[in-house]
Design a protein around this ligand. Structure first.
Ligand SMILES: NC(=O)c1ccc[n+]([C@@H]2O[C@H](COP(=O)([O-])OP(=O)(O)OC[C@H]3O[C@@H](n4cnc5c(N)ncnc54)[C@H](O)[C@@H]3O)[C@@H](O)[C@H]2O)c1
Length: 258
């Protein structure tokens, strides 16, 4: 699928190297396409190696520089190796999007499985920390850059049945703000994006009345698209967002306005 951009944005990320965790599907894939279409060299990092390779091949077929790396964000050693792969392959790292995430079961807090809690928090919160832990030294070594952490509307709202997901996504916002303070003076901008419910494979098991309920939460009257999230994220990564540090930006069809 091609990404059509206004000419002014076609080379916006030329010379930049980007890492997208969870880049093989949904929001991460749309973002990988968006960054590649604007001239970035993109490393699609995902624990689904086959999908990552397919995504990178698709980007390369458009003429972009791209590569795939198998990476599990719940494993610090895997993340460290993934960042090393990026630097070894493309000579540095400037842009990182920490997007890999999972949903987890829908159960009230008093019934939520301990293992499920640990898995969701390990992926959606610790995974973002591990990623920044190894990305930030590489970004500093490259002279600076930008990071976007993908949180959720559930980074500010609660959601009955999703205690682990909401807690982890709130945590991503706090982590983003703290890291942004630490690196703002070193030419590294770190921000978070909070999507409303987006039509991606993450919602594959949500259909019928459950899906209608999710749609009803958005005054726009529909779920969002991955491309709509990618557009805000690309803006935050770009020099057009040069004074935006440590903030949390919603792209939610009006969910949070009511
Ligand atoms: N879809 C939504 O409604 C929605 C809303 C708000 C926020 N988000 C967030 O957006 C991000 C992307 O979600 P999506 O909807 O595109 O989902 P998706 O399932 O389409 O894509 C997620 C990707 O992350 C990868 N991944 C999962 N666990 C991983 C791990 N441990 N290590 C490496 N890669 C891993 C998966 O293989 C997949 O390619 C997630 O952080 C999600 O929480 C999604």
């Amino acid at each position: 699928m091609s990404t059509h951009l206004p000419t002014a944005y076609e080379a916006e990320f030329a010379g930049k190297v980007a890492l997208v965790t969870g880049g093989a599907s949904g929001i991460g894939l749309a973002l990988s396409r968006r960054l590649a279409a604007s001239g970035a060299a993109v490393v699609v990092a995902d624990h689904n190696e086959e999908s990552a390779r397919k995504a990178a091949a698709e980007l390369e077929a458009t003429g972009a520089r791209a590569a795939a790396v198998a990476l599990d964000v719940t494993d610090p050693a895997s993340v460290e190796a993934g960042v090393r792969f990026v630097v070894d392959t493309f000579g540095g790292l400037h842009l990182a999007v920490n997007n890999a995430g999972i949903g987890g079961p829908s159960l009230p807090t008093g019934e939520y499985g301990i293992e499920d809690w640990n898995r969701v928090v390990a992926t959606n919160l610790s995974g973002v920390f591990y990623s920044m832990r190894y990305e930030l030294p590489a970004i500093l070594a490259a002279g600076g850059g930008a990071v976007v952490n993908i949180s959720s509307i559930l980074g500010t709202n609660g959601f009955a049945g999703s205690p682990a997901y909401a807690a982890a996504k709130h945590g991503v916002v706090g982590l983003t703000k703290s890291a942004a303070l630490e690196y703002a003076a070193q030419n590294v901008r770190i921000n978070a994006v909070g999507p409303g419910f987006i039509d991606t494979p993450l919602l594959r098991d949500t259909d019928g009345p459950a899906r209608d309920h999710l749609v009803s939460l958005h005054p726009a009257g529909r779920l969002g698209t991955s491309e709509e999230v990618a557009e805000l994220t690309a803006f935050l990564l770009s020099d057009r967002a040069s004074f935006i540090h440590g903030s949390y930006h919603l792209v939610d069809g009006g969910y949070s306005a009511s």
